[in-house]
Design a protein around this ligand. Structure first.
Ligand code: FAD
Length: 462
């Protein structure tokens, strides 16, 4: 360690930082980690975890409706927003303690402090007003919501972080954005009984997903009563005398709501981090530039997770942290593998997806077979719910390898996790065909689509 206070000092106690600190401390190294807010980071405190809890809460309105078709008499229901917020808070407080104590039990030292670099081996801890030194430094500071400061009236808007803790449930909300966070919050608020409008500048929501999933979800959301205005942007947000907000839109319309939420992407937390002092280079949006092993332009400083602005997902930040530990502390240089990442949109219905979309596949492969099924899942039949499930496999005609698998419907996220194993293993459509169906499930459709629905050769359907 050559006279340093720590073998490793981690800045940022979120998914990536905590994992790297805990595992490295477990190897017997001297580790310190600083977190300026709450241990657990975005995922635990203001991202995946509270989001999924709110998704569950919002699904009950449909469960109550559907129960009647199965013989239940459901008494008049009511919802208490405060109770949900308090329950969520108890759960994230529990998780926060687990994250912090996990590092400490492994032998690491935790600091509740903002930290910044002073030079390539020195970190200043603001809350303690002192510096510490480390042989290796890991930056895992994540990102924050894009404030959209150029929008007149942006100061009246909320972001996903505030949406979890609103003092009361709004009667109406307008959400700007078409990414998964905007879509998920639109479904959450709608499910909780809020009049919900989405405003998105693109042609169709969820840009990077398969077109069938995007269109299918759009249709299902509108059928439920969520308004989706595409190719539309906010011109300004005005506060009205009655304290409500007017969102003035580019299509000439004004939508009045109690809250306006912006979900327009995330920006790396690299401001005032001392990167210049240490010589760490950043890219166009402030992201830290790293090589294949997550080494920055300074060879003892590494960066993982959202701050590198590559794939902004918790399991990716954790995977990168594990690769970092292997590379630096286990003498096993390991580059993270960003290929074929399963992902979900926890909308209603849900999207689960892994691999290439149809459009991506036809760009890269000469002949692509598409297997597609659209059907009403069994659980919707007695419920009287007229909502279709869509399943789709995208297959390279030449080798039979399944390039992409896409599901829209109940439990799609759970299916995508398991489909991820098959696609990562490079399995072929033949492997899917020789897998016995599990009946009666919705997922059995994935192994019983024997004939292609259509084939695309050189970009044209044949
Ligand atoms: C609303 C929402 C929903 C999401 N849903 C999902 C999902 O369903 N699935 C999924 O996989 N991902 C989801 N994500 C993304 C996921 O949360 C992130 O990809 C993940 O948390 C990134 O981990 P990280 O370690 O890079 O950063 P973070 O978890 O953001 O941790 C960074 C930490 O660093 C701290 N910090 C910042 N600057 C400093 C400093 N100077 N000194 C000390 N501490 C500092 C921050 O307070 C923060 O705690 C969601 C994100 C949001 C916002």
């Amino acid at each position: 360690m050559a006279g340093y206070d720590y073998d490793l000092f981690v800045i940022g106690g979120g998914s990536g930082g905590v994992r790297a600190a805990r595992v490295t401390a477990g190897l017997g190294k001297k580790v310190g980690i600083a977190e300026e807010s709450r241990f657990g980071g975005t995922c635990v405190v203001r991202g995946c975890v509270p989001k999924k809890l709110y998704v569950y809460a919002s699904q009950y309105s449909e469960h109550f409706e559907d129960a009647a078709g199965y013989g239940w008499t459901v008494p008049e229901v009511s919802f208490d927003w405060r109770k949900l917020v308090d329950a969520k808070e108890r759960e994230i407080t529990r998780l926060e303690a687990i994250y912090k104590s996990g590092v400490e039990k492994a032998g690491g030292t935790t600091f509740n402090s903002r930290a910044r670099l002073v030079d390539r081996h020195t970190v200043f801890l603001e809350a303690e007003n002192r510096t510490v030194t480390a042989e290796t430094i890991l930056i895992a500071v994540g990102g924050h919501t894009n404030p959209h400061a150029s929008l007149p009236g942006h100061e009246h808007c909320i972001f996903s972080t505030q949406a979890f803790d609103l003092p009361e449930l709004p009667k109406a909300i307008v959400i700007a954005g078409g990414g998964y966070i905007a879509v998920e919050f639109a479904n959450i608020f709608h499910g909780l009984g809020v009049e919900t409008t989405m405003v998105y500048r693109g042609k169709e929501i969820l840009g990077r997903f398969d077109m069938d999933m995007r269109a299918g979800l759009h249709q299902a959301m509108e059928k439920k009563g969520i308004r989706i205005l595409c190719q539309t942007i906010f011109e300004r947000i005005d506060r009205r005398p009655d304290a409500r907000l007017d969102a003035v839109l580019s299509n000439g319309e004004t939508v009045t709501a109690d809250q306006v939420m912006l979900a327009l992407g995330r920006i790396p937390n690299t401001d005032r981090l001392g990167l210049e002092a240490a010589g760490v280079k950043t890219g166009p949006v402030g992201e830290i530039e790293v090589d294949a092993y997550m080494r920055t332009s300074v060879d003892n400083i590494f960066a993982v997770g959202d701050v590198t602005n590559r794939v902004q997902l918790t399991p990716v930040a954790i995977h990168e942290a594990m690769c970092f530990v292997d590379t630096v502390f286990r003498n096993r240089p390991t580059a993270p593998d960003h290929d074929c990442i399963p992902t979900a949109v926890f909308s209603q219905p849900e999207i689960g997806t892994v691999g290439l979309s149809e459009d991506e596949a036809i760009q890269r492969f000469e002949t692509v077979d598409v297997y597609r099924a659209a059907f009403r899942p069994m659980r919707n039949i007695l419920a009287g719910r007229d909502e279709k499930m869509i399943m789709k496999l995208v297959v390279d005609n030449d080798t039979g390898v399944v390039l992409g698998a896409h599901v829209l419907g109940p439990d799609a996220g759970e299916m995508a996790q398991l489909l991820g194993i098959s696609l990562k293993a490079g399995l072929t459509k033949h492997d899917f065909d020789r897998t016995m169906a599990l009946h009666p499930t919705a997922a059995e459709e994935l192994v019983t689509m024997y004939q292609p629905s259509y084939t695309v050769r050189n970009g044209a359907r044949v």
